[in-house]
Design a protein. Sequence first.
Lengths: 171, 331
Amino acid sequence: MRDARKGHCVETVFGSLWKYTKGGVQSISVNPKHYAFSNVFEVVSQSKPYERVAVGKNLKYVLEAVRSEGESPWYAADHDEAALIMDGEVEVHLIQPDKPAVPLGKEGAVKLAGEPKGKKMGWMKIRRGHLALLPKGAAYQFRGAAPGVVLLQSMQGDCTVEKWAQICQLR
Amino acid sequence: MIRENFNVSTVVPPQLRNKQGYQNFQIGQFRFERDEYFAQILYPGNRHIVPIETFLRALARDVAWGFFYGTVSFDAIFGTINRYGTVEMFIGLHNAAYRSAHKEYVETFASKDLRRVFDSMLADWTNQEFDPFAAPGETGTPYGRKHGDNLKAVDRERSAAKRMVGLPGDLKIRAGSDGLEVNRSFADVPQDQPELHPEPGFEDQVRAVNLFAHMSRSDTTWNPSVVSVVQDSLLCATTEEYVLPIIHGNDRVEWLVQLSDEIIWDIEDKITGMPACKLVMKAGDVAALPADIRHRGYAPKRSMVLVWENNDGTLPHRHAVGELTPYPVVF
């Protein structure tokens, strides 16, 4: 796209599952492992559908990279979560369970046994760049017709997968 | 080391304007003067000079962010350290040469007192055509004698969502109707909206926004704003172009998620300033910034970044006493 004021072409570079370029730590005097450097597209390209791989961890909080492909399990959390779509398109279906799906104070997302009984809250179709609220207490399911990449803001929990040595720059 | 502590900050009212038309400011034993090209920082026994554009860009962020997390260095010599209620203002404290020669100088002020002085200084020293938050290619210059002001630009507060941007009653999504047009460097960023299909009664909970479109309309650079909150976990969106106007030494671990384009970060030891590494961040890259470093970023093209912070107020102390490692994960 051409920037009319400046007369030059504008290209904003976003990555995708199929096309990304990874940077890195160029060490002078540090151990690159201390920077836990990874790339969400690379991580997701090696993930199973809906495996919630931690790419960021700040004590009890995490950022999880997720491959959205097909239908996910139903999840719920006793705190808000947020989903940022980094690539592709996904539907998010929400249900208000008849009874709490997650113990009070439980940290992180919990995988539910199946679709919970409750009131349908609605659904969203979100694409790259869209940020969606996953409200506290609501059960949610992702549905992706094609592989996509979701970055989840959450807390470390039973569903969080940590495999830092496999995803991070080691040297 | 010379260290002065003031339980009650000494704030001297600004004097009459100097011959270039600018007010001088004093707090404690620091005195600030500006001329056509420079900010001059006078302290007992010496003075430090900073180019005025460098100074105003850093000052604007220190003010807007309420002294931010940890250390905000305006350059290799001068800066502030947030102690959350008080602020240390220093010369050479995080400079190996000053430290080895015992030439560093520090005073402690009540945050509200230093904030008042910095607010006034920023308002008086910013001329009418200069916006310290804008990319250099999108604003005028700060140089010359006093001519007008730009209060609209310098009075910006750090915008922060309480739960998520775009929710009812929360931080408003940016829109052209508010005069926030898509930035020239993001002219190709899609402005489509999520499809929302809430059932009756759940309109406030089935919510999504186009965050990239929101970011494409930012009229500031290097100015993180909170867009999503999970307890103390804050996702802060920012658009970056040219050079981070401060050198940030955090008092906790923070993380970067590069959403678009590329930024190169210079990483140094937080105390000595010795170079540690370069971080090259491309779209999709995620990296931690350990709690024992300071950093400055360079963005050749305007880019989108998520800065991820942990707002837990106990963290600075827990890092300071060694309870927490500077690194977020061990593997």
